[in-house]
Design a protein around this ligand. Structure first.
Ligand code: CP
Length: 343
């Protein structure tokens, strides 16, 4: 067992601790299915809790026993590198037993329905289930059938809540602020395949809830109709969208979700929507660059930009992902662990 002591809440948040309701009222949800439905203070609560795990993850020994004896199942029905590994590492660092179920080698391949798979996982008495699925809404379907908390690790074009949380935490850490005030009026550009992207959707919900000035940029065919209703400003001209931007978040083309031809050619897409050093120069001089991965270097982002030592936050995003997932797992199992105030 490690002697690591979980650090207290960050100073600024501790000072404002009363703005978080006590106990389970701070996060009254049974699972984490999306950013939609979360209040701004609940998002900030998750970020502050995640911040406490960042330090542990930088220690030589990265393990506590908070979730000892609990079983977490990662059920991934769609490919993943970052999210799957990150949830696995998060669960193990919290002391839980973590089991990964890959759809490619499961009975899903033999025709088992999603509901039957859910009932099977439930019968194994998991304490939390993390699900990625190619269909929007599949995670909620499973959540409604099981007794334990469910965490959405990305469902179709719908939501990827832990990605948005890790992105917000990365922004907060790299721009060196705590609490939520630094998000207010922050100029963020999200550029790429907005239509098919669950990352875009969750980030729009989270960043607008926190008061950021969010611009979305995409070719007309990849911009959802009525996107303005999500309190963002749409652009088709990337150069214009970049003017004064403080955060530039690039997205890949989600070819696996496209039916038909959405762009004339990758070369033309790169010309109009790729982030090159010259284009980044249109943004704020200190603008930071983000990408959820996996990246298509030379299409939506040039390697020279992706690998910028100070301004590219791409590896920092991965690091924050583990902390955010530890926070989500720890918070959502408080009720099952009988923590005071979380009955
Ligand atoms: N960002 C993200 O969800 O990456 P993976 O598909 O590798 O999990």
């Amino acid at each position: 067992m490690t002697s690591f002591q979980l650090p207290p809440l960050p100073a600024s948040s501790a000072g404002q601790a009363s703005r978080f309701p006590a106990g389970s009222l701070a996060f009254p949800h049974r699972g984490l299915l999306g950013i939609a439905g979360l209040a701004p203070h609940e998002i900030l609560f998750l970020l502050d809790e995640a911040e406490r795990w960042v330090e542990l993850n930088r220690q030589p020994t990265k393990r506590v026993e908070a979730l000892r004896g609990l079983t977490i199942i990662n059920a991934f029905f769609e490919n993943s590198t970052r999210t799957l590994l990150s949830f696995e590492i998060a669960g193990k660092r919290l002391g839980a037993d973590v089991v990964n179920m890959h759809a490619a080698t499961s009975s899903v391949k033999k025709g088992e329905t999603l509901i039957d798979t859910a009932m099977t996982l439930n019968a194994m008495r998991a304490d939390a289930i993390v699900i990625r699925h190619a269909s929007s809404g599949a995670v909620r379907l499973i959540a409604d059938k099981v007794d334990c908390p469910v965490l959405n690790a990305g469902d179709g074009q719908h939501e990827h809540p832990t990605q948005a949380l890790l992105d917000a935490l990365t922004i907060r850490q790299s721009l060196n602020f705590t609490g939520g005030e630094g998000f207010v009026g922050l100029k963020v550009v999200i550029c790429g395949d907005i239509l098919h992207s669950r990352v875009a959707r969750s980030n729009i919900l989270s960043l607008t809830a926190l008061g950021a000035d969010v611009r979305v940029c995409a070719p007309p065919a990849l911009m959802p109709e009525g996107i303005e209703q999500m309190r963002v400003t749409p652009y088709h001209d990337f150069d214009k969208a970049l003017e004064g931007a403080e955060v530039v978040m690039m997205l890949r083309l989600q070819n696996e979700r496209m039916t038909g031809q959405f762009i004339p050619s990758p070369r033309e897409y790169r010309h109009l929507y790729g982030l090159s050093p010259a284009r980044l120069a249109r943004a704020h001089p200190d603008a930071v660059v983000m990408h959820p991965g996996p990246m298509n270097r030379g299409i939506e982002i040039d390697s020279t930009v992706a690998d910028l030592p100070e301004r590219s936050l791409i590896t920092r995003q991965v690091e924050m992902g583990v902390a955010v997932r530890m926070a989500a797992l720890e918070i959502l199992t408080r009720r099952a662990r009988g923590m005071e105030g979380w009955a």
